[in-house]
Structures are given as structure tokens and as C-alpha cells.
Design a protein around this ligand. Sequence first.
Ligand SMILES: [Zn+2]
Length: 315
Amino acid sequence: MFYLFTENVLNVILCLEYFSDAGMILMKKMMNMFTLITGLLLIFLLTACHAALPETLTIAPPRIDFMSMNTRIYEAQIQLMIYEPPPLPVYDVEEAPEPEPEPIRRPMVALTFDDGPSLANTGFILDVLADHDAKATFFVLGSRVEAGAELINRMFDEGHEVAGHSWGHPRLTGLGIAGITREITRTSDIIRDVSGNEPAVFFRAPYGAINNNVINVARDLGYALIRWSVDPKDWDVRCAEHVYNEVMRAVVDGSIILLHDIHVTTAMATARIVPRLIEMGFDLVTVSELLADVYGEIEPGVEYSGNRYANQSQR
Ligand SMILES: [Zn+2]
């Protein structure tokens, strides 16, 4: 085929060469036309080939999904924020009982009666205290205990406190060590003898008069010293109204009130003082209870006066 094509072309060329110049011009035009057609054909083929290329060969730029990444980072942060520690192991433990509410502390007062017992008045005072379920402390004279043994026993039986106030009411500061010791121990002994009960671990010195000797003896014998913080001077002003008013004027929480059960006016004042103090909200307690509340433990050889120091009267 190619051979025939070539031969015909050569024949045409030879004929044209032989016959005329016009044939050459025609030949050149034909060649130009051939070149043009061939070129167009090549362009067509290239275009067709390009169109036929599979799409898979197309190289796409890498796609980064920033929105998705932000979402995942955000979710991770949320996970960290709401992280809960693993639950602790549960053991079988008995439920702790609920703590009981602390009892509300009431204001308290200690009534003290010195110089008895008095056969005339102490029984009446014990009746008043019993009627109101109030407690008091009796600082008794050793010299009066035997005669008032029944009253001493009643004091113990009804929950009152009994302490020594010396044997014969001397001013202890005027005595030596032996004399002071004798005043204190003799009184304690007779209280034990008549009642079978122990006196309190403190005593009250007559007139409140103490010095280093009194303090040293008290410490050696294991006794504290008790003074007072309210003195209505019932030993001086024999008037129940006055005693009552003075107590009411001075009484505060923690007061140790000095009274004397040897005076009828004091017994009459007590009949008004006790119910009134209870009405005011005071608990009437023994000196031991009051000191335990104010000081905790009390020490031998130390003088306690309640919440306020005494005025200067000494009786
Ligand atoms: Zn006295």
C-alpha cells in the first residue's frame, strides 16, 4: 500500500516535472495542504487522548478539615474538664451516730450559808431549797455540828454541799500553823463523825482572812479556799428586804453569794431570793458545781471567789 502510494506520488512528480511549471506550483499547494491537515489531525488526537485520561490520575491537593480538628480538640478539652475520679471502694462501716447537740448552758449561782447550822433558821432554809429543787453550800462551824447533826445529815441527804468554816470562828491570820491546822481538821473530823460523809475539799476562812500560813496549811491538807463575789451584808443589816435587794442588784452568772443562816432575816430573804433567781433563769448549784464550770479543776491552796471579786467587807 505504502509502496503504491509512494509510486503514485513519484509518478505525479515526474509527470509534473516533465510537462509544466504549473504542475510544480500545484504540487507545492498540495504539500502545504497535506501539512495543514496532518497538523490538525495531530491536534485532534492529542485533545482526544487528554480527554480520555482517567480521572484517577488527577492529583488533588491534600484536604485538611480544620473544622473537624477544632471540634475534636474542643471535645478533648471538655472530657478533661468533666473528668471524674474513679469511685472509691465502699467498705462496710457502721454509720456514725449523729453527735448529740450540746446542752445549752444556763447561768448559775452558788448560794452559801456560813456560821451554822442554826437550830432556829437552817431547817427553814433547807425547806425553801427543797421546795425549789435548789442546791446550796453550807460552811459550818465545827463547834455547832454536833448539836445540829440532824441538819448536817439533811444537808447531805438533800444534795447540798457541806464544808468547814473553822471550829470556833477565830481569825485564822492570828493563829500559828498548828492552830490553823487544828481549826480546819477538827471541823472536818466532826462532820465525818456525825454524818459519815466527806466534807468538801475546800473551806472558808472566818472573815475571809487569810495569809501565807493559812494558804500553806490549806495546800498541805488538800483544801482550796472559797471567798465570795456578792456580799449583801446580811450579818450587818438585819433586814430581809435589804438582803434581797442587795442580792438582786449584784447577782450575775457565776456569782458566789455570801449569806449567814444564823439570822432569821436571812432565812426570810432566802425565801424570796431562791424563787426569784430561778425565775430569772439561774441554776442554783453547789460551789463545787460552779467552780467546775468556771475553772474546771480547782487546786489546793488557791482562793476562789466566783466570777467577781468580793467587796472589802470581811465577815
Ligand atoms: Zn463566818
